[in-house]
Design a protein around this ligand. Structure first.
Ligand code: ATP
Length: 315
């Protein structure tokens, strides 16, 4: 049984249809990446699944429990890290963690123990007794995740966990999420960063206008748009036709092209640079350079929706 299961979720905000019948399943232990541009409906989905918002139609279950009918039982099973850190600035990191522990009815010694454990784990032990007001963005996010783990949830929701972070803090956050994933935490991660979904998620759903428009692994989504390209810089008199013929056994569907002196040959997914070098060698063609470019998830989004994701512009 999937740990998260939503079906036909609909949500309107006045005239705006935010979710148009969204279906979602997340198996235990997996990280599902929910990828979509601004306004696609990611946050609305997370808010419904975390009991903060009621859907207009559709059903959602977490660990077999109905999200709408039994919100209290859901809350003890989930952790949520929002886009806007739910951290109280006027308190220290330790006090924030302690407060959450008490909220979940841990005894004071249990809450204190859990706070220590999490401060240590999230590299906040030294800053633990400082006011959060002076924390960097990355530290706040780490505290935010730590807070969402106090009650040892079965399912973690990470809503755009790295939006607004500097590159260094983003890499830190990725490492942290990797670690949680290795420990088997079932996670729904929303992101507008295609690279982030590619790096962290076992599987990705692409959403647009409140609907899932594709689901697959990063590799499967990339394959949707037909594989990779071999980019060959020829030397001397080597022609496009010669290169294309030499690579016949690995060619993908589309026609080879040339641009700025380089020859681009679409090749099947999985074709490697050494494969291409060997084939060109066997045909005795002289080349200066060979590279394989993989399609990015930006390309996938474009192929699926006919328009670029907003993330492409802002990332
Ligand atoms: P973002 O990346 O910006 O968070 P998102 O994919 O999470 O985007 P949602 O926040 O779920 O998207 O928004 C979906 C749609 O619903 C958008 O068109 C948004 O403008 C609209 N919307 C969201 N919340 C409200 C609200 N409280 N009132 C009115 N419209 C809303």
């Amino acid at each position: 049984m999937p740990l998260i299961e939503a079906s036909g979720l609909v949500k309107n905000y006045g005239e705006t249809l935010a979710l148009a019948g969204l279906d979602l399943e997340v198996e235990a232990g997996m990280v599902l990446g929910m990828l979509g541009p601004n306004g696609a409906g990611k946050t609305t989905t997370v808010r419904i699944l975390t009991t903060l918002l009621k859907p207009d139609a559709g059903t959602a279950f977490i660990d077999g429990i109905d999200v709408v009918a039994e919100p209290r039982r859901i809350r003890s099973r989930i952790g949520l890290t929002g886009q806007y850190a739910a951290v109280d600035e006027r308190l220290t990191a330790r006090e924030n963690l302690d407060l959450i522990g008490r909220f979940f009815r841990l005894s004071s010694s249990e809450a204190a123990g859990r706070a220590n454990e999490l401060l240590d784990r999230f590299r906040l032990d030294e800053a633990g007794d400082r006011l959060v007001k002076g924390f960097s963005g990355g530290m706040r996010r780490r505290l935010d995740i730590a807070m969402s783990l106090v009650a040892r949830p079965k399912v973690l929701f990470l809503d755009e966990p790295t939006t607004g972070l500097d590159p260094r803090s983003r890499l830190d956050m990725w490492d942290l999420i990797d670690e949680l994933q290795r420990e088997g935490m079932t996670t729904l991660l929303t992101t507008q960063y295609l690279e982030e979904a590619d790096r962290l998620a076992d599987e990705i759903v692409v959403i647009d206008h409140g609907l899932v428009i594709a689901r697959g692994t990063a590799a499967e989504l990339k394959a949707l748009i037909g594989g990779s390209k071999a980019v060959i810089e020829p030397s001397g008199a080597t022609t496009l036709t010669e290169v294309a013929d030499a690579l016949a056994s690995v060619r993908g569907g589309a026609e080879p092209t040339s641009e700025g002196g380089a020859i681009m040959v679409p090749v099947r997914l999985g074709t490697t640079t050494p494969d291409v070098v060997r084939l060109l060698d066997a045909a005795a063609l002289a080349v200066v350079d060979v590279a394989i470019t993989s399609p990015t998830l930006d390309d996938v989004f474009l192929a699926l929706t006919g328009h670029a994701s907003d993330a492409e512009v802002s990332a």
